[in-house]
Design a protein around this ligand. Structure first.
Ligand SMILES: NC(=O)c1ccc[n+]([C@@H]2O[C@H](COP(=O)([O-])OP(=O)(O)OC[C@H]3O[C@@H](n4cnc5c(N)ncnc54)[C@H](OP(=O)(O)O)[C@@H]3O)[C@@H](O)[C@H]2O)c1
Length: 261
């Protein structure tokens, strides 16, 4: 594909949580194309099996709800058993529940923090012995919303800010054996944005234009653009990177847009 960066993951064993759709699915496809053996995690056996069948790919299934520490351990155990070890863990499973502060329930708080932050921690913890053995690495999905605030997304922002600083703290503790970095995408064209925000709005065209305009580069990203950054961080080319938060956001977090003054 034009503009596609190529990485070599021949024989590497990779688990992508949230690999059934969106960014995770794009990462699964990119790792497979780069020669990796891949385990795909989705929340349920059904969603995971469906994704693997739909893609027509040679990947193993490691279903489980990462909001539960016990299921994180089971997901890692399944992936390690079927792949014969682990070189790369991509913590991509995530949810975004929007709404004003007054509308946030304890369930929304718990579901968001448990999936996005707790799941990232406990999958990483369970993967550690295997990653230490392989001198492997972890790539976490944070967000531009982990670096700056966003109206109507307070709980999501808290969870992703947690992922950014969790990444830094883990990088210090796991060095020099295991590298860990995160990516911070802006708006990406996946179910999370296309289905749940744009198409669910009263005026999808205007909503998409507004989301695009929030980035200086004036568009939303394709999932494959984020997958490229994930593969880069997981690759040998990024061997001196750990504790990084890599922005792929069209400039959203670069600063204030031109004021016109
Ligand atoms: N889209 C964006 O604009 C954007 C921007 C910045 C960061 N991100 C982050 O990037 C990651 C992927 O986002 P996306 O846009 O690709 O989302 P998506 O299209 O909504 O897909 C979400 C993925 O996460 C999985 N998942 C959700 N909850 C889970 C759980 N409890 N246990 C296991 N798997 C679970 C889903 O599996 P099922 O198919 O089984 O439901 C699916 O594979 C998320 O962490 C998100 O916060 C997204």
């Amino acid at each position: 594909m034009e503009g596609q960066v190529s990485f070599d993951f021949t024989g590497k064993r990779v688990l992508v949580t949230g690999g059934t759709r969106g960014i995770g699915r794009a990462a699964v496809e990119a790792f497979l194309a780069a020669g990796a053996h891949v385990a795909v995690n989705g929340r349920t056996e059904g969603s995971t099996a469906k994704a693997i069948a739909l893609l027509g790919i040679k990947a193993v299934a490691a279903p489980g709800d990462v909001a539960s520490a016990e299921q994180c351990r089971a997901v890692i155990a399944m992936a390690v058993r079927d792949l014969g070890g682990l070189d790369v863990l991509v913590n991509c499973a995530g949810i975004a529940r929007g709404g004003p502060v007054e509308s946030v329930t304890e369930t929304v708080w718990d579901d968001t923090l448990d999936t996005n932050l707790k799941g990232t921690f406990f999958c990483t913890q369970a993967a550690l012995p295997h990653l230490r053995a392989s001198k492997g690495n972890v790539v976490n999905l944070a967000s531009d919303a982990g670096l700056i605030g966003e109206v109507g997304l307070t709980v999501y922002c808290a969870s992703k800010g947690g992922v950014v600083n969790l990444t830094r703290a883990l990088a210090l503790e796991l060095a020099p054996d295991v590298r860990i970095n995160c990516v911070c995408p802006g708006y990406v064209d996946t179910d999370m944005v296309r289905r749940d925000v744009i198409d669910a709005s009263a005026d999808p065209k205007a909503t998409e234009a507004a989301l695009a305009a929030s980035a200086p580069l004036n568009r939303i990203a394709g999932p494959e653009e984020i997958a490229t950054a994930i593969l880069y961080l997981a690759s040998e080319q990024a061997r001196f990177m750990t504790g990084s938060a890599l922005q792929i956001d069209g400039g959203t977090t670069a600063g204030h847009p031109r004021s016109g003054a």
